[in-house]
Design a protein around this ligand. Structure first.
Ligand SMILES: Cc1cc2nc3c(=O)[nH]c(=O)nc-3n(C[C@H](O)[C@H](O)[C@H](O)COP(=O)(O)OP(=O)(O)OC[C@H]3O[C@@H](n4cnc5c(N)ncnc54)[C@H](O)[C@@H]3O)c2cc1C
Length: 435
């Protein structure tokens, strides 16, 4: 594997899609007006916006792997508006929270209008989500969160243990705040849907890792077997920005892993009170994310790591699966050891102060990404907005995005990794009960 490769056959969400053949890799020399690097939600959204607004232009879109099959197909599928934990940080300040909430709400709407306009079927479910804890020490945090949401008139309710037990089919949690906004999705279906609606003037190259960008007019973008000269380049590689030498001292990648069970049997569903689809986020940033699916499976993610490479081997994934199983069995003791059908990893991107990247980093060279804990909604919205900016037609939302705080400076390696590892280790200790 090269350093940009992460695709493998492990992800349960991707496995449920019909197989598709990758488009050929980029070879040779090309001159183009538009180039987008990275075909996750961000790059796909930018490509769609550019293509629709410039029907006579060719938009080149390249991805180091199979398009859409990075984090965009591997995430947990929580399209959130209100947030309690962002990556490993908490929110402060009512004004800041309100602004962030409003932007997230706009992002949810961007995804909703996209799927409605193009009929993308991605198991959209507005079932709400529970921020929950099994740890009495976190009850206070949840009560404060409930009050914050009330102050902001954001629909929510406190849910006590008994009611939670009936709704989720487990007596594990002691308290939760249920919020109604946002939606749950099957992430790979959204990514595949976005790929399938690209107009013919988008030319996609897969398994085509960009090795370097020589800045200039035009920018010279180099591949192992060729080069593209592009007037305007949008970099949408999220957690891979530092590997490409972009925002190295502002953002860093985290490697997350998750597991998905087989569909539960009728007997198992009965033991869970035949619960309707639900989604739980932890009151602790390092606690488990756990949800059910349309087809009665359970997905759990309770592992997050800083590692020097951006994928796990099969043996490393098997180790992570043990942690997932432990978390699952804490909640549902009756489930067997061999319940998981798939375990996978994915790369996400974090900054120290929960800020995003949305800027022109050089003349006619833009970068978007770093969505911290979230990203489904923001990446679709940022893709649309950066395309408008690159067309010199900033839309009303662009200003709101550019007014957000800039990502803070980070110390160089190896101090950065050491610092993050220490912080994650401390947070994980606090999350032991919720994992
Ligand atoms: C396990 C997991 C769970 C998550 N859960 C949630 C969740 O529940 N809710 C939520 O909102 N967000 C979640 N996220 C985050 C969310 O998935 C991301 O924020 C979102 O997918 C970002 O989309 P993107 O297009 O910017 O990046 P990506 O989907 O990572 O796409 C970037 C693309 O760039 C390509 N690339 C990288 N380097 C190069 C190169 N050199 N040349 C060419 N191409 C390159 C990659 O192959 C990739 O396809 C989760 C992430 C993970 C990993």
């Amino acid at each position: 594997m090269n350093k940009f490769e992460t695709n493998d056959a492990t992800c349960g969400w991707i496995k449920s899609l019909s197989p598709r053949l990758a488009k050929p890799a980029f070879k040779g020399h090309r001159r183009t007006k538009w180039l987008i690097i990275g075909a996750g939600y961000s790059g796909l959204s930018a490509a769609l916006t550019l293509a629709e607004n410039n029907p006579n232009d060719h938009i080149l879109l390249v991805d180091a792997n199979k398009a859409g099959e990075g984090a965009s197909s591997r995430n947990s599928g929580y399209l959130v508006d209100s947030t309690l934990n962002d990556g490993h940080l908490s929110d402060t300040g009512l004004m800041a929270y309100r602004k962030k909430y409003e932007l997230n709400q706009q992002a949810v709407l961007c995804v909703k209008s996209l799927i409605e306009k193009y009929n993308i079927s991605c198991e959209w479910n507005e079932c709400g989500k529970f921020y929950a804890t099994a740890n009495p020490e976190y009850k206070d945090k949840l009560i404060k969160f409930h009050k914050l949401l009330d102050d902001l008139k954001i629909e929510n309710s406190l849910v006590e243990q008994q009611a939670l037990s009936e709704r989720l089919g487990t007596g594990f949690y002691q308290l939760a705040v249920k919020t109604q906004g946002g939606a749950m999705i099957q992430p790979a279906k959204l990514a595949r849907g976005m790929l399938e609606i690209l107009p013919d003037n988008v030319e996609l190259y897969e398994n085509s890792a960009v090795l370097s960008i020589v800045k200039g007019q035009p920018h010279k973008v180099q591949f192992s077997d060729g080069e593209i000269l592009a007037d305007k380049v949008i970099v949408a590689v999220n957690g891979f920005m530092p590997s490409m030498g972009i925002k190295k001292n502002r953002v860093f990648p985290l490697l997350l892993s998750a597991s998905l069970t087989r569909p539960l049997s009728i007997e198992e569903q009965q033991k869970m009170n035949h619960a309707q689809e639900w989604a739980v986020l932890s009151a602790n940033a390092m606690g488990a994310t756990i949800r059910t699916t349309h087809d009665k499976r359970i997905m759990i993610r309770n592992t997050v790591e800083v590692v020097s490479k951006l994928y796990f081997t099969a043996a490393e994934l098997a180790q992570r699966q043990k942690t997932h199983l432990k978390g699952l069995r804490k909640r549902f003791k009756f489930l067997p050891d061999d319940i998981f059908e798939s375990t996978w990893s994915g790369v996400t991107c974090i900054s120290a102060n929960n800020a995003n990247i949305f800027e022109e980093i050089d003349q006619n060279l833009w970068a978007i990404g770093c969505y911290n804990g979230g990203g489904i909604g923001l990446s679709v919205m940022f893709g649309q907005q950066i395309a408008h900016l690159a067309m010199d037609q900033p839309a009303s939302l662009t200003k709101k995005i550019t007014q957000r705080p800039q990502a803070k400076w980070l110390p160089p390696q190896p101090f950065l990794s050491l610092g993050i590892k220490a912080k994650l280790a401390k947070d994980k200790l606090g999350a032991t009960l919720d994992n």
